[in-house]
Each structure stands twice: as structure tokens, then as C-alpha cells.
Design a binder for this molecule. Structure first.
Ligand code: GLU
Length: 469
């Protein structure tokens, strides 16, 4: 039997990191089993779908290494609508489903209490189809449904506690539970690897598989992803969109490595490992069923390590979207013609060891390309204390007299200027750094001044001096 797995996102919003994690797990599992990965876009919730979200899913998957053309699909659930309806009819004709004209209110009026599920009133009324009549599945009164789950063992559900659930609405349209099963069935899916939140649906879906006369798939419900307060990651509260991480400058390799650690770890005491190791070592059966903490700080640290491990030329290429702007990354504060690739190449190695996400390249190098430094007022106030004006005067005088404009000479000159005032180099640097870059932190100062050049450095020091008068 060929293993066939599927990833079945609904195109109702940005692509959630938890979804990306499930997609990767499916992807690896298929690869390990010599199987097939199917992508199905579950687009039947017409009120919430938008076509651009589908495109977003495809490009986000592409970004983390599930490339278009290397999987089966994408199929659209909506194009299988005929099969969904036919399955509903078959279930009805076989006596496994019945029409029902009850509303929540009529059920509640009958049972007296709060609505606690359907009471089976229409089971034997023999109603035919009609406007407003939902189709309900007749769940067995006895026995139990055992879900075989690679991660959770064999969760067992008593059938008598499962209500006769709706499989098609009053307008005849099949609901998610049925459409999802029919698609899996027609697509020959053997393993359903999906988020834990679908576990409550599973006994109902398994009953549908049984009723349709096909052996159900093997299930694997991967743990829910939570924030530091152990709350399920939500798009209203947390940063959950894979695209947001991409646009901030997370590397795809760091991201997918991190995502695979949600509920699983490679052998040894390692977390940062090549993708080939993850592909070889990952075991779906070893995934921890407890909620997995999405630790953004840790992800950031991971990303910094991945950035530092890049060969320099790849780092330079990786920075390009932030240096030029794209349709999803805001343009930098300089004009395209102000950018100087040669100057950038000189400071790139200094920046590579200091940034954790690629977007941070911009505030580190903008001083090289903008006409005037972008002064951070808080930094200015902090650095331009008493004595700053005199220090800048002395620095200008010293720098004007420099024979060779290089980092060593720039450093020793400022060291001497500081020493005359009883200041350590760190203190003497602060006003110079803010005058030239606009910030209190950044790349090593003297290398920065060397690349910026004599004219511009002196002009900025003088301009700061004027501002201090
Ligand atoms: N479309 C469903 C979702 O996005 C997935 C259902 C499934 O994986 O079975 O939650």
C-alpha cells in the first residue's frame, strides 16, 4: 500500500505557523514512507474564503521547502462537491442518515434543558428531503469507536454519547465533517496527520468512513501550539502568520528547523540540525502529545545562529529584499540610487554577526546611504551630555589632521581625544556615534567611519556640533 497523506488548509487567513508545522510533518512522513503528499485547499466555506489566501498558502509552503510541482495537487475541495452530495445521498439511501426539520429551539423546548446535543426526534419520522431539512447521521446506539492514532494511542469513544450529527445543511450543502471525509476517501488518503483540535471530530468522521464502507485512515493528531501563557496561538493575539516571520527576515531553514521542534527533538543534545538530519530522524510516533510552546525568543536566537552560519555571499544575497524593498517588505529609508553595494559589502561581515533577523540590517547600515543620519532623539539626549561639544570639536580637529583614513587611526585619534578629558574610549565614542549614525548602538564605530569616508564623517560631526550650540 502506498502511503498517501494530505495537508488540507482552509484559505481563510494568513498561513498559521501551526499549519506550517503540520504540513512539514506530513511532508517528511510521506518522504520517509516513499509515499505521496497531497495538497487540498478546503475552500467550501464560501463566506470566509478568499482566493488570495490560497496563493498565500502556496507561496508560504514553497518558502519552507514544500515546492509547487513536487506534490500532488493543489486540489480544491469545491471541485469535489458532486462527490460530497452523492455520499450524502448514499448514506441516506442506505438508512444511515435521515432528514430532520428540528431547530435548536424545538429541541430545547422538548428536552427542557440547555441544548446538549440532538435528541434523535426525527430518527424514525421518515421525512423526505425538503427546504430547511438537514441530513443527520444515525450514530450507532451501542459499541464504541476506537481511533487508532499514531501519537495518542487508541482514544476510544462510546457511540451512544455521539449525537446524530448533521452531515448536510438545510440547503443541501454538505458540512465540513462529511466533505473532509469524502475527499480523503476519494483521494485514497491512508494517514491523516493534522492538528489536535480536530480530534473531537474524529470519531464522527470514522463512523462516516465505516458507513461508506471504506477502512478508515490511520490518524495522527499533532499537539496544539501555545504561547507563553499556555494559550492556543491565536491570530488576534499572537504573531502566527508564517508570512510575517518571512517578511521580518527569518530564514526558511531556521523556521522549518524550529517548527519541527514543536513536540519533537532530534537525537543527542542538539536542536539546530541540518534538514537532512530532521528528515532522517523524525518519527511521527515520537511526537509528544502535550501542547507545544512556540517560543519566539528561542526562534529569534535560532535565526541569529542560522544567519551567522551563512557564507558571506549568501548573507549579502539574503539581505537584498530589505535593502531594496519588495511587495511585502517596506522599502528602506534611502533612495535606490543612494545605495552603494561596495560599501555594503564592506560592512556586511560586521552586520552578519550582530543581527538576529534580516530586517535588522536596515537600521545597522542606513547611515551609509541616507544623506543625513536618522537621529534617534532619545539616543541624542543620552549621548550629548556636558562636554560633548568640546569632544566633537577635538574629534573634528583630530580627524581633519589624519593622514590615513582607516579604522586604526580613527580609533587611536579618538582614544587620545578621550584621554585628554579623562574619558574611556566607550564614553568618548558615544557622541561621535550618535552624530554620525543617529543611534547609540550599531556596527563597530571605527570600521563604520572608515567606510563612510572622510568627507561625510566630518560633515556629520560638524553638523552635530552646530546643533549643540
Ligand atoms: N481544513 C481543516 C483546517 O484547516 C483541516 C482539516 C483536516 O486536516 O482534516 O483546519
Amino acid at each position: 500500500m502506498t502511503v498517501r497523506v494530505r495537508f488540507a488548509p482552509s484559505p481563510t487567513g494568513m498561513f498559521h505557523v501551526g499549519g506550517a508545522r503540520s504540513a512539514l510533518q506530513n511532508w517528511i512522513y510521506a518522504k520517509q514512507q516513499g509515499g505521496v503528499f497531497v495538497l487540498r485547499i478546503e475552500d467550501t466555506d464560501a463566506a470566509r474564503n478568499r482566493p488570495e489566501w490560497t496563493e498565500g498558502i502556496l507561496s508560504a509552503l514553497d518558502w519552507i521547502g514544500i515546492a509547487r510541482g513536487s506534490y500532488e495537487g493543489p486540489y480544491l475541495q469545491s471541485s469535489n462537491a458532486g462527490e460530497h452530495r452523492a455520499a450524502a445521498r448514499r448514506l441516506h439511501d442506505a438508512g444511515r442518515a435521515y432528514y430532520c426539520d428540528c431547530t435548536r429551539e424545538t429541541v430545547q423546548a422538548r428536552t427542557g434543558s440547555q441544548y446538549q446535543g440532538y435528541d434523535g426526534y426525527c430518527r424514525d419520522r421518515g421525512l423526505g428531503p425538503g427546504e430547511g431539512r438537514a441530513l443527520r447521521f444515525r450514530t450507532p446506539d451501542e459499541g464504541e469507536t476506537v481511533v487508532v492514532d499514531l501519537i495518542r494511542g487508541e482514544p476510544t469513544f462510546e457511540n451512544r454519547l455521539i449525537e446524530d450529527f448533521v452531515i448536510a445543511r438545510g440547503d443541501g450543502s454538505p458540512v465540513f465533517l462529511l466533505a473532509n471525509v469524502v475527499d480523503d476517501l476519494t483521494m485514497g488518503i491512508t494517514h491523516v496527520i493534522r492538528a489536535e483540535e480536530h480530534l473531537p471530530n474524529t470519531p464522527k468522521q470514522q463512523l462516516l468512513w465505516d458507513a461508506l464502507g471504506v477502512k478508515p485512515p490511520v490518524w495522527a493528531h499533532v499537539p496544539v501550539v501555545v504561547n507563553e501563557k499556555r494559550q492556543k496561538l491565536s491570530k488576534r493575539r499572537d504573531k502566527v502568520a508564517l508570512e510575517a516571520y518571512r517578511d521580518e527576515g527569518y530564514l526558511a531553514d531556521a523556521m522549518r528547523n524550529y517548527l519541527m521542534l514543536l513536540g519533537w527533538a532530534p537525537s543527542g543534545d542538539r536542536e539546530i540540525v541540518p534538514w537532512s538530519v530532521i528528515e532522517a530522524e523524525f518519527r511521527l510516533e515520537e511526537v509528544n502529545p502535550s501542547p507545544a510552546f512556540f517560543d519566539e525568543k528561542k526562534l529569534r536566537a535560532f535565526n541569529g545562529e542560522y544567519i551567522r552560519a551563512l557564507p558571506l555571499d549568501e548573507f549579502v544575497v539574503a539581505c537584498q529584499p530589505w535593502l531594496t524593498g519588495t511587495d511585502t517588505v517596506a522599502p528602506p529609508p534611502w533612495r535606490p540610487e543612494e545605495f552603494d553595494a561596495e560599501a555594503f559589502a564592506k560592512v556586511a561581515p560586521l552586520a552578519q554577526t550582530r543581527i538576529a533577523v534580516l530586517s535588522e540590517i536596515v537600521p545597522n547600515v542606513d547611515f551609509l546611504f541616507v544623506a543625513d543620519p536618522l537621529i534617534d532623539e532619545a539616543a541624542w539626549t543620552k549621548a550629548m551630555k556636558e562636554g560633548a561639544a568640546e569632544l566633537l570639536d577635538a574629534a573634528v580637529a583630530g580627524y581633519e589632521a589624519l593622514a590615513s583614513w582607516d579604522a586604526d587611526a580613527l580609533k587611536s585619534t579618538l582614544e587620545a581625544v578621550g584621554a585628554e578629558r579623562g574619558l574611556k574610549l566607550g564614553k568618548a565614542q558615544a557622541p561621535v556615534r550618535v552624530a554620525v549614525t543617529g543611534r547609540t548602538v550599531g556596527l563597530p564605530l571605527f570600521e563604520s567611519l572608515e567606510v563612510l569616508g572622510r568627507e561625510r564623517t566630518l560633515a556629520r560631526l560638524r553638523a552635530a556640533r552646530v546643533r549643540l550650540v
